[in-house]
Structures are given as structure tokens and as C-alpha cells.
Ligand binder design. Sequence first.
Ligand code: CTP
Ligand code: MG
Length: 230
Amino acid sequence: PFFWAVIPAAGIGSRMRADRPKQYLPLGGRTILEHTLDCFLGHPQLKGLAVSVAQDDPYWPRLPCADDGRILRAAGGRERADSVFNALQLLAARGADAADWVLVHDAARPNLARVDLDRLLAELADDPLGGLLAVPARDTLKRADADGRVRETVDRSTIWQAYTPQMFRLGALRQALDDALRTGVAITDESSAMEWAGYAPRLIEGRADNLKITRPEDLLWLQQAWVRKR
Ligand code: CTP
Ligand code: MG
């Protein structure tokens, strides 16, 4: 199916403790954000792409892709959900239909493989609702008490780590985010907004190396993998 893409890139990367937001750190000679955008820009089914950028961001205008006519710049918001919501509003204003698919993907995940993107699109093409890439929990999981002692071992077989892209119908996602933001309920991804609205998004197993750069060691790991790959 054809689809729209939304890339929230308006975070400050506080856990990364770098001199700039992590999406602008270098990876293999370009910025992380440019690699992330590349995962989508070459796709034949892409209808359009919106990237959410903070208002006073000095880095975005310096990227060559800032002039790319296929990319719409949306306003970053206070939380990730605000940034995504603003991008959805922009896409709707540019003619995206409520029934169209939207894939939301973190700017800080530059290692999305084309096979993962295509599997997500193919698996959910006929789904009324949508879903997300996710990875089954690998390690044995413990629930702790306040003193840092193990209270119990959690059944791992039903636990997944939520990745992106997360793929939903534009209208339903916009409504769920709008309601969640108005109510002030804590949501950390699109799926949690949809869950809160009463839906059950489908989990599509993805590759673990589509990791989100969160802390300095994540970038070190990815730089090594990048060198091996190219
Ligand atoms: N993001 C956004 N708008 C916000 C907050 C986050 O567009 N107000 C984006 C980030 O740029 C990132 C993605 O959402 O691509 C995932 O968020 P996260 O990994 O938490 O990034 P940051 O919020 O930048 O990092 P931190 O939480 O460590 O400050
Ligand atoms: Mg954050």
C-alpha cells in the first residue's frame, strides 16, 4: 500500500549528553537524521514525508535535505506525541486522507532495514487498524521491590520491546493522540495512544539492530556495526 511517513526529530537528546541533539550527531560521514530519512525517501510507495523539527533548531536548515521538495517541515512540540500530532495535522492539510496509512519512525533509529519496512507494510496492508515493529524480550525479566530485591521472575513469553515504525490510519491515530494529549495521559509511542483509545495494535517482529540511539554506548555500537556493514 502507499503510505505517508512522519519522523519526529524535535527532541533534545538529554540522555545522550552530547553537544547537540543526537539526531544531528555524525554516523558514517552524515548525520543520524539523514540516514533515517534515507530509509524512507527511496521507497516507491512513499506518498510524502513530514519531519518535526524544533522551532529554533539551527542544525536542520544546514542539512542538504532541508531543501528537498519531498520533505515537509512540521513544528516540534513539547513531548514526542505533540511533535507527531503536529506532523499529522500538516499531512492532513496537504491532502492526506483519514484512511491513509501513516508510518511514524523515530529520527534516532537510523538503522531501519528495508526488509523490516517492507515486512511491516506487507503484514499490515489488509489490517483495519495497524501495528508496530517490535522485538521479543530476550533476557530473563525480574520485577523488583523498592529495595532492589527480586520479587519475582516475569513471564517473558508475552513481553515485547516496542520499536518503530508504527503504522496506523491517519484519522484514527490523530484522534487517539488528540484525546490522549488533551487528557494528559502519559504516552510514549503511537501504540500506547491507540491502546488507550481501546485498540489492540498488531506486533510485527523486527530486527533487534533497528535500535534507538538513546545513550552514548548505543551510538558507539552502531558506529561499529556501520563500519562492518559498508
Ligand atoms: N522527539 C520529538 N519531540 C519531542 C521529544 C522527542 O520529536 N518533544 C523525538 C526525538 O527527536 C526522537 C524520538 O522522538 O527522534 C524518540 O525520542 P527520544 O529517544 O526520547 O529522544 P529525545 O527526547 O531527544 O531524548 P531524551 O529523552 O534523552 O532527551
Ligand atoms: Mg525523550
